[in-house]
Design a protein around this ligand. Structure first.
Ligand code: GTP
Ligand code: MG
Length: 138
């Protein structure tokens, strides 16, 4: 059993899509074992997306992530990292498969409704960035 970090991004919380998005995760067999709504500062968003610091869209990405509340959550299940990314769809909604979160809800490559960890090491780091061990209730 695996765990992954999921974030429902500001474009989605602004449009009241949290429930619709989480229904897709739950239907795919992923279980929400921790969850909270927070409003990141730009600095906190910057630290989370530090790996992208050299990319041209970094500043825009950090501004966006701090522009409204997000829902951070831990999803648990068999192959949760890959399964979450499958349900999310491609980064750019124009490339996302039909039925995925990004195909249905994302507004652009930047404002793409959800984040999901991309590997076991980053999942562990990202979960620890937002949650203490006792907050994960399987
Ligand atoms: P995450 O789950 O959010 O990490 O998405 P990803 O793994 O599909 O994409 P990646 O890690 O490559 O990029 C991280 C985030 O940066 C994306 O989800 C987008 O929100 C944003 N991003 C990526 N490419 C672009 C871009 O070309 N322009 C803008 N404005 N944002 C981008
Ligand atoms: Mg990524």
């Amino acid at each position: 059993i695996e765990r992954t970090l999921s974030i429902i991004k500001p474009d989605a919380t602004n449009r009241n899509l949290t429930g619709k998005i989480n229904a897709k995760f739950e239907e795919a067999g992923l279980r929400i074992v921790a969850q909270k709504r927070i409003h990141l500062t730009k600095a906190q968003a910057g630290k989370f997306y530090e790996v992208h610091a050299e990319r041209p869209f970094y500043d825009e990405l950090c501004e966006f992530m701090a522009s409204a509340p997000v829902v951070v959550q831990v999803l648990e299940g068999e192959s949760a990292i890959a399964k979450n990314r499958e349900v999310m769809g491609a980064t750019n909604p124009a490339d996302a498969a039909a039925g995925t979160v990004r195909a249905e809800f994302a507004q652009s490559v930047g404002e793409n409704s959800v984040h999901g960890s991309d590997a076991p090491e980053t999942a562990a780091q990202e979960i620890a960035y937002f949650f203490a061990g006792l907050e994960l209730v399987g």
